[in-house]
Write a protein that binds this ligand. Structure first.
Ligand code: FUB
Length: 340
């Protein structure tokens, strides 16, 4: 907590007094919000943070989440309703622990939950589960999705009806162990001038629970058209990819992890390449930052989290929502979460 306070350059009371938004719910801890409008209402698919008693480690072992609860809102300004248990790790045949950041999608009247968890070997995989309702309860497939790995799934539906699955997160999320979709325990995050790792993307099969193609690595370029360097920690992808479309351009947004920024890059295809364009959200209280971007009745919103409610405990976070300003030139205005 001392470190967190120093990073934010202020004390938690001061930050709380200046917070631009409040937790959507406070009876449970929630994080990593993926927001969608389904059936005319806002559904938020967050992680359900708990103190599982696991010790802190560099691989995020202290993020010991066991289940998911879906939140529903009639509007971004309204009350959030906790729709109850949507899926528990004990009901996922292949998963052992750590139900991290999920996302959801709908097709042909059915709802799909995508979630990462560690298998019995301690390897993160991504699973799919299906329900008749946006809030679940979801029934998980017996096996993880073939061809997936790492964490932080996010599904984007393009205007032509195709769905794309993005995923990836380095260090605790294990993305650094993969090259060309193959795991090698000896692999680490590249360093120096080597190209940074990118998130992965693959088009989903129409059944929605499997990939239609091998996943590709997404390229993020700098202003000169050169891939971002691995040591460019202020801009390189770390975890939490999200895709939205604005003015017929594709926006890939993500967390920079150890520099605690949410930033974005813009491109002309769901596969990229994307060119780095700026910061969306300055650091929040807590080590992690993770978001989604959702348009509700013509207004864009940023869903994010921080650890203010728990007094700065990094694995006990709360989901929040604030308007996001997309400027006419396509740029996103930077938000200071404690700028009020
Ligand atoms: O909630 C666990 C992990 O923390 C998520 O998967 C990451 O994106 C980070 O928010």
């Amino acid at each position: 907590q001392e470190l967190l306070q120093r990073r934010n350059g202020n004390n938690l009371e001061h930050l709380a007094a200046h917070a631009i938004s409040q937790p959507l719910v406070s009876h449970i801890y929630t994080a990593d919000p993926s927001a969608h409008v389904f059936e005319g209402r806002l559904y938020i698919y967050p992680s359900h943070d708990i103190d599982a008693g696991a010790p802190f480690d560099d691989d995020g072992g202290h993020f010991g989440m066991e289940d998911y609860h879906v939140l529903r809102m009639d509007s971004p300004q309204g009350e959030a309703t906790d729709c109850g248990l949507a899926l528990h790790v004990r009901d996922v045949p292949w998963a052992a622990k750590q139900m991290w950041a999920p996302d959801a999608a709908t097709r042909d009247g059915r709802y799909f939950l995508y979630f990462p968890a560690k298998d019995a070997q301690g390897i993160f995989r991504i699973g799919a589960a299906v329900a008749d309702r946006p809030e679940g309860p979801f029934t998980a497939d017996a096996e993880p999705m073939a061809g997936t790995y790492s964490i932080d799934p996010a599904v984007y539906r393009d205007n032509d009806g195709e769905h794309y699955l993005y995923f990836g997160g380095i260090w605790g999320g294990q993305l650094q162990k993969y090259r060309d979709n193959r795991y090698d325990v000896a692999n680490e995050e590249p360093t120096g001038a080597a190209p940074a790792l990118g998130p992965r993307v693959g088009r989903l099969h129409s059944g929605m629970t499997r990939l239609a193609e091998p996943t590709r690595e997404v390229l993020i370029l700098d202003e000169h058209g050169t891939p971002l360097r691995a040591d460019d920690h202020e801009r390189r992808f770390f975890e939490g990819p999200w895709l939205h479309r604005y003015n017929d351009r594709y926006y890939l947004s993500y967390s920079t992890g150890n520099t605690h920024l949410l930033c974005y890059a813009v491109g002309d295809s769901p596969y990229g390449p994307f060119t780095y364009a700026g910061v969306i959200l300055k650091p929040v209280v807590g080590w992690t930052t993770h978001h989604s971007i959702c348009e509700v009745e013509g207004q864009w919103y940023l869903f994010y989290h921080d650890s203010l409610l728990s007094g700065g405990v990094t694995h006990l976070r709360s989901v929040k929502c604030t308007p996001l300003h997309m400027d006419a030139d396509g740029s996103i205005r930077t938000i200071d979460p404690y700028g009020a």
